[in-house]
Design a protein around this ligand. Structure first.
Ligand code: MTE
Length: 282
């Protein structure tokens, strides 16, 4: 962990117009670990809407239409709202949040994400007293998404968090990486990043956030509940039926390294799960 920078600068676009996000502040939550090279972060992706292979998103996601873009916030709220991406970008100062990303498939990266706490977005509406979860829905654009056309998953891609997880300061409304606006293959123009959970919880290209009373049905959990839990907290002691989770391979490295409980964020998030059997509530 590193201490917060002195000042927080607002979002501004530099001379390369919509390509770069002006810097901002390195968050107290950023890891000091060396970021994974840009070519891996933007060339080795999971974005099933564009196909099953790691190279598919980088090859095909250029067709994703990211403007105009708006996000609906509805469900158990006093008054639903629809926010344009331009307004979302102005909600809070953009921070550099360099986080570890751990995929359930056993690989990991360190990504210098840009974004702000998701709580700033969630606070744009007033939830009703019985709201306990939030569901995130990704966009579907079948004409440019071969995976959607082939019905490889029950689209749209859906994810969800308990409300206290969604409001946790580590949970990021992500709009960029490596100082730039999010590349399409990484979930432009707006995605979720939940660093203590397996990567599939971090839904890309989000168009809807819905407050619910009960645990939302999420894509992978609904498809294979014994393989993909709703909680999906990174845990070296709970193995996936096909992949031991004890160790992981960081992209660009040869030797595997031990996986850390909550992906190394136990001090920050461990108390969210006090009393919960992490083996049962995988
Ligand atoms: N979001 C959508 N809409 N579709 C996906 O297929 N894959 C998830 C997650 N978000 C996925 C998604 C998985 S399995 C991982 S590991 C991360 O995105 C990968 O994010 P990255 O490609 O930016 O590294």
């Amino acid at each position: 962990m590193r201490l917060a920078g002195a000042a927080v600068a607002g979002l501004a676009l530099d001379a390369r117009a919509a390509e770069k996000l002006a810097i901002q502040v390195r968050s107290a939550y950023s890891t000091e670990e060396t970021p994974t090279p840009y070519r891996h972060v933007t060339g080795y992706n999971n974005f099933q809407e564009f196909g099953p292979y790691k190279e598919d998103p980088a090859e095909l996601a250029h067709g994703l239409r990211t403007r105009p873009w708006s996000v609906i916030i509805d469900g158990l709220v006093q008054k639903p709202k629809t926010l344009a991406i331009e307004d979302i970008l102005k909600l809070a100062p953009i921070e550099d949040r360099t986080y570890r990303l751990r995929c359930v498939e056993g690989w990991s990266m360190v990504v210098p994400w840009l974004g702000f706490p998701l709580s700033a977005l969630l606070r744009q509406v007033e939830p009703l007293g019985n709201a306990k979860f939030v569901e995130f829905t990704s966009v579907t654009q079948p004409d440019v998404m071969p995976g959607v056309r082939r019905h490889t998953l029950p689209w749209p891609y859906r994810e969800g968090l308990r409300l206290d997880e969604a409001m946790h300061p580590l949970t990021l409304a992500c709009v960029g990486l490596y100082g730039e606006v999010l590349p399409n293959q990484n979930g432009a123009p707006f995605r979720l990043v939940v660093p203590w959970k397996y990567g599939f919880k971090s839904a890309k290209s989000i168009v809807r956030i819905r407050y619910t009373e009960t645990e939302p049905l999420t894509t992978w959990n609904a498809l294979q509940p014994d393989e993909y839990g709703f909680y999906a907290n990174v845990n070296p002691d709970v193995s996936h039926p096909r992949w031991s989770q004890a160790r992981e391979r960081r992209l660009g490295e040869f030797f595997k390294r031990p996986t850390q409980l909550f992906n190394g964020y136990a001090d920050q998030v461990g108390q969210l799960y006090a009393g919960l059997d992490l083996r049962k509530h995988y």
